[in-house]
Design a protein around this ligand. Structure first.
Ligand code: ADP
Ligand code: MG
Length: 339
């Protein structure tokens, strides 16, 4: 059977179907941003892994290697943040292809170390292997969270507000910009010096930041989300994950989406819809979470957070409401790498 006929989520479901824990210390396994493991009376340990393959997750022709190392740490640690936890240790396993020199590996590790320093994470091990196909980087992150602070994808209630941090779509548009530059360099399209003015898009694609600041700000303001996920696959897919795990539906409002303004300018140029970039682009590494409806003002007071919609009962499904009031069903793009 062709894997793409199942799609990412059904494929993972099939691989992990019927798993039951043999260890009393396994609190929650597959199905959230990180696995949850008993630590002590007050705390859980969180564990998550992510893999980044050349040609799928990154393209070495336009990715500065130090940025690549930094981004892999952010992407991996983001899953710990999404449980309302703090990342503590990580391991890095690399598959090195022939074209990677010592200096190139040094640059990747410069970025990995910079991210570990910035977010107080200890690099405690890994594995090194040669690769026949290209560079691969796999990162496992361990973190912790107080038991009464943990946030799963599954806790959203009917009518909870759906909130999103930062802005959306810029990482995807940054990727499109870099791909265009690559075609210019290869002589496939006419050269136009056009990176200027789009630094923000490049920054969001090449150098995303970990939203540790958000979970700290929420905590300081006494707000504990009812459910949360990090935006790695795009707003549509990640909203559907919250719905699926919470057994709810959702309505998000098109005119409330915090689409990065530069997406409109560049989207015009390349005839790409910024709404599509926000919904399906992915890699924003912002947080999508829900809060009870009576926390509306509190959540806006934190700053840098937009309320974009609300949960509904499951039979409504997950939809995008356009300004004229019509509803479009959300579709999960998921794993474009398998298509
Ligand atoms: P995220 O986008 O937050 O990294 P994924 O969509 O990759 O999450 O994974 C969803 C869930 O499926 C997670 O709980 C993850 O641990 C689990 N998972 C993903 N791939 C596999 C796999 N090959 N085997 C077992 N579990 C997996
Ligand atoms: Mg995640």
């Amino acid at each position: 059977m062709d894997i793409s006929s199942l799609g990412e989520f059904r494929f993972i479901d099939r691989l992990t179907d019927g798993l039951s824990s043999k260890r009393a210390s396994t609190v929650f396994g597959v199905g959230d941003d990180a696995a949850v493991i008993e630590r002590d009376a007050e705390n859980y340990t969180l564990l998550s892994s992510d893999m980044f393959l050349e040609g799928i997750a990154f393209d070495l022709t336009y990715t500065p290697l130090n940025h690549l190392g930094f981004k892999c740490v952010v992407a991996a640690a983001s899953d710990i943040i999404a449980m309302n936890g703090r990342p503590e240790q990580l391991t890095v396993s690399i598959g090195i292809s022939r074209k990677i020199t010592v200096e190139m590996a040094d640059s990747i590790y410069e970025g990995i170390r910079a991210a570990c320093d910035k977010y107080s994470i200890d690099l405690v091990g890994g594995d090194t292997c040669s690769s026949m196909t290209g560079l691969s980087i796999a990162i496992s992150v361990v973190g912790s969270v107080a038991k009464d602070k943990i946030v799963y994808r599954s806790g959203a209630a009917n009518s909870d507000l759906i909130c999103v941090t930062g802005d959306l779509g810029a990482a995807f548009m940054g990727l499109k910009l870099l791909e265009r530059e690559k075609r210019v360099l290869n002589g496939n399209i006419e050269a136009k010096p056009k990176l200027e003015g789009y630094e923000y898009l490049l920054e969001r694609q090449l150098h995303p930041l970990l939203r540790l600041d958000v979970i700290e700000a929420l905590e300081q303001n006494g707000i504990k989300p009812t459910s949360m996920i990090d935006l790695s696959d795009g707003l549509a897919s990640d909203t559907m994950q919250l719905c699926r795990r919470s057994g709810k539906g959702a309505k998000i409002f098109l005119d409330r989406l915090p689409i990065a303004s530069k997406c409109f300018e560049f989207g015009d140029e390349i005839k790409t819809d910024p709404v599509m970039a926000a919904l399906n682009g992915g890699e924003d590494y912002e947080l999508l979470f829900t809060v009870p409806v009576d926390r509306y003002e509190d959540v806006l007071r934190v700053g840098g957070i937009d309320v974009i919609g609300h949960m509904t009962s499951a039979d409504n499904g997950a939809s995008l409401v356009t300004p004229d009031g019509s509803e479009i069903e959300l579709k999960a793009q998921g794993w474009t790498s398998l298509e």
